[in-house]
Design a protein around this ligand. Structure first.
Ligand code: DAK
Length: 257
């Protein structure tokens, strides 16, 4: 598949998706969101893909936000419609995908860029990362799930501080606040993401998908996460992957999923 704004390549079970607008610091415009929707949908339905690594071209930015030049002309109904459509097409899609995703963040992850990283299941940042939700400085609020996902990752008080001050966190602060799982040098960024992906690749994709669904259920309004876990747990039994996992344990060998 050829794209204009992103690159997508699968190697050894890992789908690498790179937002590729470095001159605009990888700002997210409508076309980029549509291409990301396509690439993530393809990756999530391909059985050979066991992990998605999402990153930005060049080291200066993961994504420096939604494309300000594009949304500057929106009116009220445009804004609401596009926020809803964008959340469904990209942010919810990524968060609810069966395939685990890792955001590898180098440089700026601002506004829609941080929202994109937060929709991934795991975040790793290189030591030059700067992360923030500066929307209120532009007279708007985070519109791609940022008010919700930031609060669930770092807690309400810290989310309120980041959003109302429009400030940026350094990589070290982001790690201290629980916004990223690991920090590393720029050279180590992709290898560190690959190290995590390699560990995921050893495990049952069916069980990982059910675990993602169960964890997400606990953060979904009106859904009882414990009940979802019980149902998903039960549905693992008698599946080929459950049989392979338990048989391999008893035969003292590594499971092949
Ligand atoms: N949009 C468009 N272009 C951007 C951009 C962005 N978000 N960020 C950077 N660029 C472009 C710059 O305009 C510049 O382009 P040229 O002037 O060379 O053509 C180029 O990238 C390089 O940027 P700078 O020259 O500014 O680079 P510096 O190193 O001096 O500064 C910076 C880096 C990241 C501090 C600065 O570029 C900056 O402040 N960028 C904007 C950060 C920001 O405020 N991002 C937006 C956050 S608000 C919506 C849903 C959600 C949202 C909006 C609408 N709807 C559903 C409607 C979300 C909004 C946000 O993300």
């Amino acid at each position: 598949m050829n794209y204009n704004n992103i690159l997508s390549e699968t190697k050894e079970g890992i789908c690498y998706i790179t937002i590729n607008r470095p001159k605009q610091l990888n700002a997210l415009n409508g076309d980029t969101i549509a291409e990301l929707n396509q690439a993530i949908t393809i990756a999530d339905t391909a059985t050979e893909v066991r992990c998605i690594i999402l990153t930005g071209a060049d080291t200066k930015a993961f994504v420096a936000g939604a494309d300000i030049k594009e949304f500057a002309a929106f009116d009220k109904s445009n804004g609401e419609n596009l926020a809803r459509k964008g959340q469904e097409l990209l942010f919810d899609l990524l968060e609810n995908a069966s395939t685990p995703s890792i955001a590898a963040v180098s440089g700026f992850a601002l506004g829609g860029g941080l929202e994109l990283a937060m929709a991934c299941h795991i975040r790793i940042a290189s030591d030059n990362a700067k992360m923030g939700l500066p929307e209120v400085s532009l007279g708007v609020i985070p519109g791609y799930g940022g008010t919700q996902r930031l609060a669930s990752l770092v807690g309400k008080g810290k989310a309120m501080e980041m959003i109302t001050t429009a400030g940026m966190l350094s990589a070290v602060e982001a790690k201290e606040w629980g916004l990223v799982n690991y920090i590393c040098t720029q050279e180590e960024l992709i290898p560190m993401a690959e190290k995590l992906a390699t560990k995921m690749k050893r495990n049952s994709p069916m069980a990982i998908a059910k675990a993602i669904k169960s964890v997400n259920a606990g953060f979904t309004d009106g859904v009882n996460g414990f009940n979802v876990e019980i149902t998903e747990f039960g549905s693992c039994f008698e599946t080929p992957e459950f049989i392979e996992g338990t048989t391999a344990f008893m035969e003292k060998r590594k499971a092949k999923f």
